[in-house]
Design a protein around this ligand. Sequence first.
Ligand code: ADP
Ligand code: MG
Length: 244
Amino acid sequence: MEESRPVLMEVTRLWKTYGAGDARVHALRDVSLAIRGGEFVAVMGPSGSGKSTLMNILGCLDRPTRGSHRLLGAEVSELSASRLAEVRNRTIGFVFQAYNLLPRTSALANVQLPLLYAGAPRRELRRRAAAALARVGLQARAQHLPSELSGGQQQRVAIARAIVNRPRVILADEPTGNLDTRTSIEILKLFQELGAAGITIVYVTHEPDVARYASRIVVVRDGEIAEDRPQAPAVARPSLEPAS
Ligand code: ADP
Ligand code: MG
């Protein structure tokens, strides 16, 4: 990655410790990592190695025990709660393994939620949510409930929700963990398209087959970064069947 790209998020000598005394767990130990604009990063590592802890701190969903965490150059611990919420909502979209959609609410209404939080004008909500759903190929499913959608479609709704505020970064924690291989590759293809459109992508996966699509691999082991290297990304090919 070119050094000229701006650093969007950075942790330096970061520690995260849970519990106390004999029950103390160092989930992250002295981790330093910078994510630059335009990167496409796969975070790998065994279960319990600290991947989610790292993602949650990068996403400002959790706070470090010690060390520095910067978002767009600002030290996160020095931001007021309201300023942090504003910067986070504008900068970061989240995608989770379990989709985390509201069950009794249509795809369109799920995608509108972050716009409501961001205080977008009401007339804009529907238009922008519909555009985000179209971006992930689900315009025809806008009125469906999550239970009426396949796992891959639900995850695409979650991705539409993640991009509706036009974030600079998507943080995705095992986004394909509940999906079969073919569907996983469709999700990675979508990430590659979003990446080509300028969104920075950081995603966690256990699976080498899913990590192949990234241009940088970060391996976390026992709370430390064990490897951090560029790779030539595979190009995700779409299936020939209609995606929706
Ligand atoms: P991964 O996502 O790589 O599976 P995690 O970041 O979830 O790993 O967890 C890293 C370590 O921190 C594990 O040992 C886990 O048990 C511990 N841990 C994570 N969250 C908590 C918590 N809220 N309280 C106590 N320990 C935790
Ligand atoms: Mg995890």
